[in-house]
Design a protein around this ligand. Structure first.
Ligand code: ATP
Ligand code: MG
Length: 292
């Protein structure tokens, strides 16, 4: 099975029949092991770098990659890995934590909108406006603490947020920002194993946060919120990829393949040199050659 077929397996473009329980966090397609996938992974990284160079030179499209996941699913590692070959000049990563006072003074799309990638760039969101239908949904008291006029926060608040997100993403897609969204789907068992590793291995201690254990207690509510989120915001123009995350090497392979495929689907090319520019280049060459 080719890597791109694997990527398609995990793509959700319509939420109609989507059920999270149908997705296996431990799946690895036809890949047997990390070693087996190593070459495909290396190729993906090299190809991403080539394509990014064209994306940057052409300066028409922007690519936005959104990562959402439960704690310890591997967001940081994925971002580090997938971007390991790209030119930092054309790529920016933003992490979104609990909103600041200033951010709460604005609508829920404001803070992320300011961080959208410019044309020619790849933007990565480590968490995003999707937290507004995840953590805020699991903890409704957060919704109360937001400063939206109470008369505007009715029982349809989640449907309204999904609708606003869909419209926003369609607008971005129409303007040339290609959006790909990744839910790194880790199992509860694997999360426990990774948390224990953070507690037991000194070099991983810094990654541990007591808040992670508190959120783990809401596991089922989060799974429901993720399922609803994906069902309501998976579209052709901004699909979700539900990526198995129990094996980090496989998560990396899938994400990297999606990034390559997405860039390959664009009409990327270095800008054409017109006659005037060609003359300018030739004249410059003559000067360089004729002088010391
Ligand atoms: P890591 O743990 O790997 O450093 P992280 O993304 O988990 O990365 P944390 O500082 O642990 O970062 O957690 C950020 C917290 O901020 C998460 O619990 C997340 O749900 C919360 N958060 C993000 N956006 C919002 C929001 N809009 N409203 C409320 N909480 C939010
Ligand atoms: Mg965390």
């Amino acid at each position: 099975m080719k890597a791109n077929k694997v990527a398609r397996t995990f793509c959700v473009e319509s939420g109609k029949h989507f059920r999270l329980k149908d997705c296996d966090p431990a799946a690895t397609g036809h890949w047997r092991s990390k070693d087996h996938a190593a070459e495909a992974l290396q190729q993906g990284i090299a190809r991403t770098a080539e394509l990014q160079d064209k994306l940057y030179a052409q300066n028409n499209w922007a690519l936005l990659l959104i990562f959402q996941a439960m704690d310890a699913a591997g967001k940081d590692g994925i971002i580090k890995h997938v971007m390991s070959g790209v030119n930092p000049q054309g790529c920016q990563v933003f992490s979104f934590k609990a909103p600041s006072e200033l951010e709460l003074q604005h609508d829920f799309l404001w803070r992320t909108t300011r961080c959208l990638p410019e044309r020619g760039h790849i933007g990565i969101f480590n968490r995003s406006y999707y937290e507004e239908v995840l953590v805020v949904r699991v903890h409704p008291e957060i919704l109360k603490s937001q400063r939206t006029p109470p008369s505007l926060v009715g029982k349809n608040v989640w449907e309204e947020r999904y609708e606003d997100i869909r419209s926003f993403e369609r607008h971005m897609a129409r303007s040339g920002t290609v959006i790909r969204k990744f839910f790194l789907h880790v199992s509860k068992k694997e999360q426990k194993r990774r948390f224990l590793a953070r507690l037991e291995e000194p070099e991983k201690n810094w990654k541990f946060s007591a808040a992670d254990i508190r959120e783990r207690a809401h596991w089922d509510d989060y799974q429901t919120a993720y399922e609803e989120m994906i069902s309501n915001t998976a579209t052709e123009y901004a699909p979700w990829y539900v990526v198995p995350a129990d094996n980090k090497w496989f998560t990396r392979l899938v994400v990297s393949t999606v990034v390559v495929e997405t860039l390959e689907s664009l009409d990327l090319a270095y800008p054409k040199v017109d006659d005037a520019k060609r003359k300018e280049l030739e004249a410059a060459k003559k000067i360089l050659i004729s002088k010391k």
